[in-house]
Design a protein around this ligand. Sequence first.
Ligand SMILES: *Cc1c(COP(=O)(O)O)cnc(C)c1O
Length: 356
Amino acid sequence: MSLEVSQKITIEKTKNSKIDQVDFNNLPFGQVYTDHMLICEFENGKWELPKIIPYQNLHLDPSAKIFHYGQSVFEGMKAYKDENNDVFLFRPIENQKRMNISAKRLAMPELPESYFMEGLETLLLLDKDWIPTTPNSSLYIRPFMFASGNGFHASPSDKYTFIIACSPSGPYFGGELKVLIEQKYSRSANGGVGYAKAGGNYAGQFYPTNLAIEKGYQQVIWTDDTSHEFIEEAGAMNIFVRINDTLVTAPTSDRILDGITRKSIIDIARDQGISVEIRRISVNELVEASENGSLKEMFGAGTAAVISPIDGFGFGDKDYILPKLEETYATKLKKQITDIQYNRSEDKFGWRQLVK
Ligand SMILES: *Cc1c(COP(=O)(O)O)cnc(C)c1O
């Protein structure tokens, strides 16, 4: 199913663009929004055609199911501009597919691929001037879907709204990243919704993360919910550990989100001749590797920061500090992935998609 875009996506343009009020050299992350948004409603068992309208507030009944039962899923992706002002997406189909995987788990309707992809491309071309050109800046894209039908009855909604909103964002400065290995709380559980990008997964993370922050850490390393012996994710990022010259990451499961950055890193690293193991990593192994010096690096991987190097981790009441290496896999892999994203290098995997 494919839309004839020009005929089917209606566009209502804004009468007063906000673009002149934006300082593109000082962009915070995710706090400035472009002039337009895509909106698409699901009603009477089917999706209506997407519309592009000026960025605006939503009107929802207080009984809307999103507020009570949390049916809400989202995606996070970016659009990049190269030196010729051409616009690129990075593996966008993966986001489209994953949103439907998330939606299905929350008993929400799947959105047709063409509504997502053609809707997104039309929106990006309309708001093209909002995609920053300052180095390592990008347009952060937030597709999301939520239950907009009414009623206090605890059942799936009969109406849903899909929106794509965009936010020009500057380069990501991570700062120090010390993480605490979580031994009590869980982000997700077997049979649960951890593999879905569901809003509620984040709600459940905030409190344990705040406790870690109070202890002087910035993030939590989530461990498996049954034994808390194996590390799974770093906050809302997938986790990589370098032991000697081998990169190790946990296998995806019910509990671990199948990150696009994660799988791209695995492919790029292997292509570079770096050995990558996809297997469980126990906290004991991590502590031993830190003590015997074989633990070289740890980093988180996700769209927003791409790669966030971890400076050290806390376990129980002990802290383990990672060495400061001259050359890291984190720096090397981040450069390679962003070179593909910004059209600065060959794209042998076919991940980059020109928006036209
Ligand atoms: C979004 C997310 C990631 C990273 O996924 P990407 O596709 O690489 O952005 C990892 N873990 C969790 C829990 C997430 O929500």
